[in-house]
Design a protein around this ligand. Structure first.
Ligand code: PMV
Length: 330
């Protein structure tokens, strides 16, 4: 028996961090995906291969213990940042919503097109694709709503505080305006939005950054709460501008959002450098995307994509991402 599923990464355009406090966010599924294949295994363990990360792990079915196949990886420590992704896969495989749980060996391969720790939703995409492939493997029906909810539970279990934004976008695809009351509502952009992504050399740790913002908010509630409220206003204005095709306003709002994120302490030198270089090269707007503290920034640069891409490539890794209407496929 072989089961396959695939789910897209995402870019948050507006509202990261403030979404954790109940404010809206706008995010888009991107044309880079996590592809998961589950096959029946030859022994009693679950073997997980993620060749793009050089991660080869084993999950013990009885104890749930995760270890790395050291002979292949040549290292002792299973708790490296990249290997942390195995925790999402394990948590996904053992969710009761799947109707069954592993009772024999499996070989799982993750083909990952999304850079990890880059704020592009790699862990959500892997989680959604693993759940979908496992549901297929167990011949279990799972609605998209249950899939998105279960994937969010996995993120909470592994990472601590998290909003359901990443898992919602990865499940449903497209361009989403997300609120906690109504979940993801698809919006129709009246403008083209290819984005240049600049990817710093440091991965961002989402759980840690969310905690850091929580502490800042507890220490300075009368300052930080209004900033979070303003971020919500920016997102609502951006929704209007995106659906009316107002390119310059979208750019301005991204820049305002970036200033507010900086005030929350999640910006870094390296991100700032990319963000300002993108603007100098002609981007209408540029900001960090995802949790910050490293990871990636995005630049919105209609008519100047090539110039901005080349500028950012001269500093760090940079690539172009397009929007994907396709959410999870299985
Ligand atoms: O770093 P990412 O791609 O997981 O995005 C995190 C977005 C936050 O708003 C900071 C956290 C969340 O769970 O919404």
């Amino acid at each position: 028996m072989t089961a396959r599923a695939s789910a897209p990464g995402k870019a948050i355009l507006f509202g990261e961090h403030s979404v954790v406090y109940g404010k809206p966010a706008i995010a888009v599924a991107v044309d880079k995906r996590a592809n998961v294949t589950i096959r029946e295994g030859n022994d009693d363990s679950i073997h997980v291969k993620i060749p793009e990360l050089d991660v080869y792990g084993v999950i013990d079915i009885e104890t749930g213990l995760i270890s790395l196949e050291n002979d292949i990886l040549g290292q002792e420590n299973p708790d490296t940042f990249d290997a942390g992704i195995l925790k999402f896969i394990k948590s996904a495989l053992f969710r009761t919503e799947l109707g069954s749980s592993p009772d024999h060996g499996m070989d799982i391969t993750v083909d990952l097109e999304i850079p990890i720790g880059a704020g592009l939703g790699s862990s959500a995409a892997i989680t959604v694709a693993t759940l979908a492939a496992a549901a297929r493997y167990y011949h279990h029906d799972l609605s998209l709503e249950t899939l998105a909810l279960t994937a969010h539970q996995v993120e909470l279990e592994v990472q601590g505080a998290a909003s359901p934004l990443d898992t919602t976008v990865s499940t449903h695809g497209g361009f989403l305006y997300f609120t906690h009351e109504s979940g993801g509502v698809k919006i129709k952009p009246a403008l083209e939005m290819p984005l240049v992504v600049g990817y710093t050399s440091q991965p961002g740790n989402t759980g840690l950054l969310v905690q850091q913002v929580r502490k800042l908010c507890n220490d300075h509630p009368t300052i930080i709460k209004p900033i979070i409220g303003l971020m919500g206003n920016v997102t609502n204005h951006a929704r209007e501008s995106i659906t009316h095709g107002e390119e310059e306003r979208v750019g301005e709002l991204m820049n305002i959002n970036q200033g507010l994120l900086d005030a929350l302490g999640v910006n870094t030198d390296e991100l700032s450098r990319l963000i300002y270089h993108a603007r100098s090269a002609g981007a209408l707007g540029s900001k960090l995307t995802g949790a910050g503290g490293g990871g990636s920034m995005i630049a919105y640069c209609p008519g100047k994509t090539r110039e901005v891409l080349e500028e950012l490539q001269s500093i760090d890794n940079a690539f172009l991402v397009g929007m994907s209407r396709k959410g999870v496929t299985w």
